[in-house]
Design a protein around this ligand. Structure first.
Ligand SMILES: Nc1nc2c(c(=O)[nH]1)N[C@H]1C(S)=C(S)[C@@H](COP(=O)(O)O)O[C@H]1N2
Ligand SMILES: [Mo]
Length: 318
C-alpha cells in the first residue's frame, strides 16, 4: 500500500504556494474573523477565502450516525484526495489552494417553483449545521471514516421547492480553467456532474457537507460545499458544487461520460459485484495497513435498501 504520510502543513514553506498555504492554514486555525478579506489586500485575490461562517464550527454531533471503526485522522484524509480538477494524483492539496471559495454562489434551477441563486454564507446561516460520522468507500477500494459538518440534502431540496415533474437532482461542480489545471485537459467531460433520484436526495443519509473535522472544508475536500452519499462509491459525492438542477431525465454524469461500463449512475457499494478490473470485496482503510471486508451499501442498507425496490433491472451496483 502507499499512503503519502506527509501532510501539506508539514511541507516546507518553500515547496508550497507561498502565501496561499500559509494563510489558508492561519485562516483555518484562527477562528478567522480577523482574517477578513480586507486584511489580506495585496495577496492577489487568492484570499477572499477567509470563511465568514467559520464561527459556526464545530457543530453539535448528531449521535444517530455512528461508526463501526475508528475515525480516519485528518493527516491521512487531507492529503489523499480525488479531485481531478486539480490533478489525477492523490496529492492535490497544494494545487487545490488555487480554488477561490468566496464569493461562491449556488444556482438552483430547472423544475422548481422559481429558480434562484444563493450565496454560500447565506445558505449556511439558513441551515442548522450538525456533525455526522460517515464512512466513505471509494470505487478504487480504499476507505475512510470522517466527521462531516453540514445539513441534510433534503433541507436544500425543500428550499428549492421542486415541481412534481422533477425526478432527478443534477449537481454540477465549478468550471474555471484558470483555477483548475485539470480542467484544461480535453480527456475529461468537464464540468464534473453527478446526480441522484429525488427519492435518494430526500433520504436522510444524503448530506451536504460544508465542513469536516469541526472546521469549514479545506479546499481539497471540495470546499465550500460538497455532497456526501456514504452508501454509494465515492465518485457520487460531488465536490465544490455551483449548481443544482431539478430535472425530468436522468443526468449524464462525469464518470459515465468517461467510462459507462465501469462507473454508472447508481454506483451503490456492493462487495459481491466486482469492478471490471478489480474486486470490491474488501477495502484498504486509509491511515492503517488493514484491509476490511466491504459491506453492502457500505453498511447503510437499513436506511437505503428500500430506495431500490422495483429497480432490480437497473445496474444498481456499478
Ligand atoms: N468535482 C469533483 N468531485 C469529486 C471528485 C472529483 O474528482 N471532482 N472525486 C470523487 C471521488 S472518486 C472521491 S473518492 C471523493 C473523494 O473525496 P475526498 O477527497 O474528500 O476524500 O470525491 C468525489 N468527488
Ligand atoms: Mo473515488
Amino acid at each position: 500500500m502507499y499512503i503519502k504520510r506527509r501532510s501539506g502543513w508539514e511541507m516546507p514553506e518553500r515547496l508550497a504556494t507561498p502565501e496561499s498555504v500559509f494563510l489558508n492554514r492561519r485562516a483555518l486555525l484562527g477562528g478567522v474573523a480577523g482574517l477578513a478579506a480586507t486584511s489580506l489586500v495585496g495577496v492577489e485575490g487568492a484570499f477572499a477565502a477567509a470563511d465568514p461562517t467559520s464561527g459556526l464550527y464545530p457543530a453539535a454531533r448528531n449521535e444517530a450516525y455512528t461508526l463501526d471503526r475508528p475515525l480516519t485522522a485528518e493527516k491521512f484524509s487531507a492529503d489523499y484526495n480525488n479531485f481531478y480538477e486539480f490533478g489525477t494524483s492523490k496529492t492535490v492539496l497544494p494545487a487545490a489552494n488555487a480554488l477561490k471559495t468566496r464569493p461562491w454562489t449556488l444556482k438552483i434551477d430547472g423544475l422548481v417553483e422559481k429558480p434562484f441563486e444563493i450565496g454560500i454564507d447565506d445558505l449556511v446561516r439558513k441551515m442548522t449545521l450538525e456533525e455526522r460520522l460517515y464512512r466513505h468507500r471509494c470505487v478504487e477500494a480504499w476507505s475512510m471514516s470522517v466527521p462531516w459538518t453540514g445539513f441534510p440534502l433534503s433541507k436544500l431540496v425543500a428550499l428549492a421547492k421542486p415541481a412534481s415533474g422533477a425526478k432527478y437532482l443534477r449537481m454540477e461542480t465549478f468550471m474555471d480553467k484558470s483555477m483548475a489545471p485539470g480542467q484544461r485537459s480535453f480527456l475529461y467531460p468537464w464540468p464534473y456532474v453527478e446526480g441522484l433520484t429525488m427519492e435518494e436526495a430526500n433520504n436522510d443519509l444524503a448530506f451536504i457537507a460544508t465542513g469536516i473535522y469541526g472546521k469549514p472544508l479545506a479546499n481539497q475536500f471540495g470546499a465550500p460545499i460538497r455532497l456526501a452519499v456514504p452508501w454509494k462509491y465515492g465518485f457520487k459525492s460531488v465536490k465544490s458544487i455551483v449548481k443544482l438542477s431539478f430535472v425530468a431525465e436522468r443526468p449524464k454524469t462525469f464518470w459515465e461520460g468517461l467510462q459507462a461500463s465501469e462507473y454508472g449512475f447508481w454506483a451503490n457499494v456492493n462487495p459481491a459485484v466486482s469492478h471490471p478490473r478489480w474486486s470490491q470485496a474488501s477495502e484498504r482503510v486509509l491511515g492503517t495497513d488493514q484491509r476490511v471486508p466491504t459491506l453492502i451499501y457500505n453498511g447503510y442498507g437499513e436506511q437505503v435498501a428500500g430506495l431500490y425496490k422495483g429497480l432490480e433491472n437497473e445496474r444498481l451496483f456499478v
